[in-house]
Design a protein around this ligand. Sequence first.
Ligand code: SF4
Ligand code: SF4
Length: 371
Amino acid sequence: MIDIQSLVEQLELAACIQCGKCTGGCPIAVKSTMNPRALVYQFLRGEDFELTAREDLWDCTTCSTCGLRCPKGVKPYELIIALRGQWIESGKIPTTLRAPLTATLNQGNPLVLPREDRSLWADGLDLKEMAEGVEYTMFTCCENAYDPRVQPVPKALVNILRAANVDFGTLGLEEQCCGSEIRRLGESGLFEYLRDDNIEKFRAAGVKKMVTTSPHCYNVYKNEYGKTEFTVEHYTQVVARLIAEGRLKFSHRVEATVTYQDPCFLGKQNGVYDEPRAILKAIPGVKFVDMDRSRERSVCCEGGGGRMWMEGTSKVRIANDRVLQALETGANILATACPFCFLTLSDAVIATGNEEKIKVMDILQIAQAAL
Ligand code: SF4
Ligand code: SF4
């Protein structure tokens, strides 16, 4: 039984004036019955809420647009996360989520792959594993560590950091899931376990400065781990600075027209818009063009909020529209800075039959080609 009153108080839903700006900006609302304004209204009216009849709660990508657009500071996505939590607490975990959640607890990743395989992506790279005194700890997201389609991304970061003479190491097999999407799936107990365990591991390894390959790891360490003893940056911030300081130089040209997908967890949620563009514009030969909807007005790729591991009720893919919007710019490369964006957009390029026209590449891969 949902305690409607306590959710209204805890999430300050009473501030809502029903202006509908949240729904107006929600990428899912046009494709699903999920409507953040109407959901908040139901709670304000104290209407009965039959949780398991609302499968559309799993459609939300937790992109945060609803909260950012709200003039009253309400965060409808936090209500959705809380309701997912109650769903999971009731034991009626959606079938497709059982394996990722269990594997995250037992193997430290939601891809249901062995913990001891986490560092296979780095075979042959001879990486330091947190030798005392390294300046940066490179944190490889679960997707980047295990999925062969995005394993080239951390490898590119290794090559770029080495080209700029940066002293860095990794946590090796001590690395595990950051818990970002686990929290957004509503599994707050597992998130708290991962957070506390990770903080202990980071402390033991002497982590001082973290650089992440995923905006999701960056966001959770920066905003949801509480006070920590380390600083964290997404790789775009570190690489843009290395270029600005003259430590990273390019000696080859990449002749391409490139547009860029702002990841929600980097752009909208943390205001990192300029650094990715600064890197792309610094690469010789690159002609950079923004999509009409970019930066604060960018559109979610649909991979966040645990959507990588489960189907929602909507079969329409936002990523397909995003590929078409990228093509309208005349770009032949759609650049990303997030493994979820990379994967959803790559699938969308195939689904829309545009493999001959546009290619999805992480910014690191484009920068590596120019070294
Ligand atoms: S934008 Fe904010 S105030 Fe407006 S309907 Fe949505 S939650 Fe309510
Ligand atoms: S977080 Fe994004 S997808 Fe979820 S309700 Fe808000 S705007 Fe819609």
